[in-house]
Design a protein around this ligand. Structure first.
Ligand code: SF4
Length: 448
């Protein structure tokens, strides 16, 4: 078994943890190995082994040959204390410590379960729900009690019919919990989009769900809280979707309970290995993920590993970048542009991508396009031949309504990943002809 690399910072949010073990120490599965120095959460060993090296950003553990199932249990406490002790952080996003989020003292409020699994091609969240729908509801009820909520809502996309049926069979006997169907567009997993869809409350970009008397928790995180409360289990493993240019086929390869710290290379090998040439390896989804390397470890927040097709060569053509708040930031768009071998000529932002005090951008109304004609005109005026856009489904549709007519060639930032996973490209939306038109369900179709 390869060495395990436990990063001291497991998500985008917070400060690195402080190691509390030293080189040569023997550790068990579940041994506490690092504790927070500020905003953060405990880190536990995901394997039995020996600490081989400690660097500025990680603890490297050489695993034993034998890896018993048994783990070191966290100490008992209140349910909230056990979630904190287990090191649970949001597993669908930036990794905010879940115990802090749940300490919300809501006034007859809501816990909203984000089961949107919004990034295209990912399946590990929905498969977990299909495998254990009762666990999701049980976990949600614990979280409602902790947060002071008297209502729980599971937000799930309408396309996930098997999971919905499995949940409905349980929810008919659960008056305090219901499920809400989300349209199949991107982004529906953004916290404020979940609040808007479930509660009809439109939050300003700088507002948290607490302003709507709610907390939003990713579905996988609910299961991790359940494990902490009922089994005293620390968060030491992760469910992952591996997908794309894989010799084993481009369908979703879902791995459950992968030890945190496992290398991406070994997971891809388990899926069948990389097939031929590839463009890049994306950690997370194709909209919000980043490019990574094969030797990097997975963390508590790694949702997916996508192996993409090679990039087209734009041969240095003048290219505009259209940046969305819910897609890649400017740095990521520039990273893609260099891989496409284009020349940065003009940068535009969706006008709803509002800059925040910390320099990040948040969408004013996620998924509801404000119009993109002016941006296309600006690209044209700057002499762009190509545009690489990172827009949501609705705005991609709007970009396509005017861009090609102006002679602009449009690429979406997810194209190389969508081609690899066999998903339609983000271009033009089409309202579904199915009986669910009342939900305005839309499918992405390739632009021809
Ligand atoms: S409206 Fe604009 S900023 Fe918001 S999600 Fe769509 S493209 Fe992004």
């Amino acid at each position: 078994m390869e060495n395990i690399q436990m990063l001291l910072k497991q998500g985008a949010i917070g400060k690195p943890c402080e190691p509390i073990v030293k080189v040569g120490d023997k550790v068990k599965k579940g041994t506490l190995i690092a504790t927070p120095t500020g905003l953060g959460a405990n880190v536990h060993s995901s394997v039995y082994g020996v600490v081989e090296e400690i660097t500025d950003d990680r603890i490297i553990i050489k695993p034993d040959d034998e890896q018993p199932e048994k783990f070191v249990k966290i100490k008992k406490g209140t349910n909230l204390e056990m979630i904190a002790e287990a090191g649970v952080i949001g597993q669908g996003g930036a990794g905010f410590p879940t115990a802090i989020k749940l300490n919300a003292n809501l006034d007859k409020g809501y816990v909203l379960v984000n089961a949107a699994e919004c990034e295209p091609g990912l399946e590990h969240n929905i498969r977990q729900i299909i495998g254990d729908p009762e666990g999701l509801v049980r976990g949600l009820k614990y979280l409602m009690e902790i947060a002071g909520a008297d209502k729980g809502i599971i937000a799930i996309k309408k396309k996930n019919r098997t999971a919905i049926e499995a949940l409905d069979a349980i929810l008919k006997d659960e008056p305090s919990v219901e499920r809400h169907l989300l349209p199949d567009i991107y982004p529906m997993g953004e916290e404020r989009a979940v609040v808007r869809e479930c509660l009809g409350i439109e939050l300003e970009p700088d507002k948290l769900p607490s302003a709507a008397n709610a907390v939003v928790v990713n579905s996988e995180t609910v299961y991790s809280c359940l494990e902490a409360i009922e089994n005293q289990k620390p968060l030491i493993d992760k469910n992952i979707t591996v997908r794309g240019r894989i010799a084993g086929g481009n369908e979703a390869h879902v791995f459950e309970n992968v030890p945190v710290g496992t290398s991406v290379a070994s997971l891809i090998e388990r899926a069948g290995g990389i097939e031929g040439e590839y463009g890049e390896i994306i950690f997370g989804g194709s909209f919000t993920g980043r490019a990574g390397t094969l030797d990097e470890p997975i963390t508590k927040t790694t949702g997916a590993i996508l192996v993409t097709v090679p990039f087209l060569d734009l041969h240095g053509a003048k290219t505009g970048l259209l940046v969305c708040a819910c897609g890649g930031n400017l740095e990521r768009m520039q990273d893609l542009l260099s891989k496409y071998n284009g020349t940065e000529t003009k940068v535009c932002y969706c006008k709803q991508a509002q800059e925040q005090k910390n320099g990040t951008r948040k969408c004013e109304r996620p998924g509801n396009c404000p119009g993109q004609v002016q941006n296309n005109l600006d690209f044209k005026k700057a002499g762009c031949e190509y545009v690489i856009m990172g827009n949501c489904s609705d705005c991609s549709n709007t970009v396509m309504a005017s861009g090609p007519k102006m002679g602009l060639k449009v690429i979406h930032m997810t194209d190389h990943a969508m081609r690899a996973v066999g998903h339609a490209l983000y271009r033009t939306l089409r309202v579904s002809k199915q009986a669910d038109q009342d939900l305005n369900v839309v499918d992405n179709v390739e632009n021809d």
